[in-house]
Design a protein around this ligand. Structure first.
Ligand SMILES: Nc1ncnc2c1ncn2[C@@H]1O[C@H](COP(=O)(O)OP(=O)(O)OP(=O)(O)O)[C@@H](O)[C@H]1O
Length: 481
């Protein structure tokens, strides 16, 4: 399908190349180098498609697109830009652009976009204002691989399509889910996350759908599930590949029927959530292996977003590293900068733990390094130490090692609380809480027996329960045997 196309760019080389490519495809092409020329051309004859750059010598192309699409609602606009941020991609969609292409782009992709613009007409513009765009600005990266991710995000923010994000651990899947929520019309309602791998399999359904009082042993009160907590907002289902089969069947039914019942409940409740799921496993392979329901896979995989690993977008490493050092400084850690040879080491590293590993490394360096300018050796040392660090909370790690590791984490993650006079109570509490909870559970909530087993006075136990805010639940026996 061919038509008339107006191409606007202040770079004459781009105008020439783009116009030639589109003419080869049979379109009638005119060109303009500024907003003034664009307005003149539009005034003379409305094209079938407008293709425009964002930064023009006499103003911003997106502002002009907003005005034009309001005036000519049937004019499809394709925006291309070298300002490759998520905000530009989303803003282009908002002002009513039919498509957005980050520069540099492939001429075939542009040709395809022009053909579909002529065929399908103009997209409906989204209805939220520009100043609400900040939520997505936390996604850092300008590499071509991230541009593709931004394009897809921009297309889904204003609708409720189910999104399935795949990518290695630490590539930013939760951050992307959060950006989709923060930029869309559900942003004022809750964003609720549930990680399938982090909760016992038998509790997943109760966590998702909630349960009634007495639905199972220990269910002392009605509890709302994540579907209910996220009402009006977004439910992020992380590590979806770890969802047990029974829960998969139930989730599929909810997605098909748009309503759910709590565990032990009979009343159907309307499910008003946008679902964003994520996986670091190959879900299609799990389907092949019979471990994931094929019909649920297709229900979830409506819009797939594949996040690149950090080693597939090494160009972004310096930007991310500096961003994390800035963030560490904002959190009260000493401000550090990177020497050029340090940046080279960071770019050359493979980052098996992806962005999360880079973030942790930068915080560790900010907390522990004495030098203000970090050089290559310091990075190599930190990378070596980090890989030699014991995995946190392994079953056999001694409690001493666990406390030391905990202190190091606090120094890195919450440096301010290290010296604010709360540390002793906090650490002791963190050790004491699981101890007391375990003994209470072992003795069926009986405080007298738990106190005896622990070798402490019953009143001491009561006081500690109070201080630690441990909920023993209503009607639990409190000492009478
Ligand atoms: N593009 C990015 N820009 C800035 N920070 C990022 C980016 N990607 C990831 N991060 C940061 O890296 C950390 C890990 O990201 P996130 O938790 O979203 O990864 P994930 O893919 O969901 O990991 P997992 O699979 O282990 O749950 C977070 O602290 C996040 O803020």
């Amino acid at each position: 399908m061919t038509g008339s196309v107006l191409v606007v760019d202040d770079d004459s080389a781009i105008r020439t190349v783009v116009a030639a490519a589109l003419r080869r495809e049979g379109h009638a092409v005119t060109t303009a180098a500024s907003l003034a020329e664009l307005r003149r051309a539009i005034g003379a004859a409305l094209p079938d498609v407008l293709v425009t750059d964002v930064v023009l010598p006499d103003g911003n192309g997106l502002d002009e697109v907003a005005r034009l699409t309001a005036e000519h609602p049937t004019l499809p606009v394709i925006v291309f830009s070298a300002q490759n941020t998520l905000a530009t991609a989303v803003r282009a969609t908002e002002v009513g652009a039919f498509d957005y292409l980050p520069k540099p782009f492939d001429l075939d992709v542009l040709g395809q976009a022009v053909r579909s613009a002529i065929a399908r007409g103009r997209h409906a513009p989204a209805e939220f204002p520009e100043d609400e765009l900040n939520g997505g600005s936390s996604l850092i990266g300008r590499s071509p691989a991230m541009q593709e991710v931004y394009r897809v995000i921009a297309r889904v923010v204003s609708n409720d399509l189910t999104v399935l994000i795949s990518g290695e651990s630490g590539t930013g899947k939760e951050l992307v889910a959060k950006a989709i929520h923060d930029l869309g019309p559900r942003r004022r309602a809750p964003f609720v996350a549930l990680n399938m791998a982090a909760i016992p399999r038998e509790l997943i359904e109760a966590e998702l759908f909630g349960h009634e009082r007495g639905a199972f042993t220990g269910a002392q009160a009605r509890v709302a599930g994540k579907f209910e907590q996220a009402a009006g907002g977004t439910l992020f289902l992380d590590e979806i590949g770890d969802m047990p089969m029974d829960a998969q069947t139930r989730l599929l039914r909810v997605l098909q029927q748009g309503e759910f019942t709590t565990v032990g409940g009979a009343k159907a409740i309307k499910a008003d959530v946008r679902i964003v799921a994520a996986t670091n496993k190959d879900l299609a392979a799990l389907v092949q292996a019979g471990q994931f329901r094929e019909d649920l896979f297709y229900r979830l995989n409506v819009v797939p977003i594949a996040l690149p690993s950090l080693r597939e977008r090494r160009d972004d490493v310096p930007l991310l590293a500096r961003h994390f050092l800035d963030r560490a400084a904002e959190d009260g850690l000493p401000r550090k900068s990177l020497a050029a040879n340090a940046v080279a080491v960071l770019e050359g590293y493979d980052w098996p733990g992806n962005v999360r590993q880079l973030e942790n490394l930068m915080r560790r360096i900010a907390a522990l390094s004495r030098d203000e300018v970090i050089d290559a050796d310091a990075i190599r040392r930190a990378l070596g130490e980090a890989s030699a660090m014991p995995a946190p909370a392994t079953r056999d790690a001694g409690i001493e090692a666990a406390v030391r590791a905990r202190l190091e984490r606090i120094a890195i993650e919450e440096p301010r609380t290290l010296d604010d006079g709360t540390l002793y109570d906090r650490i002791i509490g963190e050790v004491e809480r699981p101890l007391i909870e375990a003994m209470l559970a072992r003795h069926g909530g009986n405080q007298l027996r738990a106190a005896r087993a622990l070798g402490i006075n019953r009143n001491t136990l009561r006081k500690r329960l109070d201080t630690l805010g441990i909920d023993v639940g209503p009607g639990r026996p409190d000492g009478t045997e």
